[in-house]
Ligand binder design. Structure first.
Ligand SMILES: [Zn+2]
Length: 118
């Protein structure tokens, strides 16, 4: 259910952005960047976007989700690498990986707004 509160803030930002542009624009697409470590499921995000977007500037817009895979930084060679399931080992030197912020993203990458004629 945590997708609901995440989407609530997205809808709020979309509404504010649309308002800045005036009533002439209609939001067509909302591009979201989501780290896999957030655990947010795309189907749930799209579902809540449709439900919570009703009656707002986000209504009828398409939500596009791009996922970011979590990355660890090796504590020995400092290289970034993709985390494998159940493993924190660096593929370069076998050192221990430590968590980074990569993979915990949640933000709007861009909005596509269509200008209504007239
Ligand atoms: Zn390493």
């Amino acid at each position: 259910m945590h997708e609901a509160s995440a989407i609530e803030s997205v809808v709020k930002i979309v509404s504010e952005e649309a308002e800045k542009l005036g009533a002439a624009g209609r939001v067509r697409t909302v591009k979201l960047v989501v780290g896999e470590a957030t655990g947010h499921l795309e189907e749930a995000l799209v579902f809540y976007f449709d439900v919570l977007g009703k009656g707002t500037a986000a209504e009828g817009a398409k939500l596009e989700v791009s996922y970011v895979k979590p990355r660890l930084r090796c504590s020995s060679c400092q290289k970034l690498f993709e985390r494998k399931r159940f493993s924190f080992d660096c593929p370069h030197c076998g050192g221990q990986g430590v968590a980074t912020k990569i993979g915990s993203e949640f933000y709007i990458d861009s909005l596509e707004i269509e200008d209504m004629p007239g």
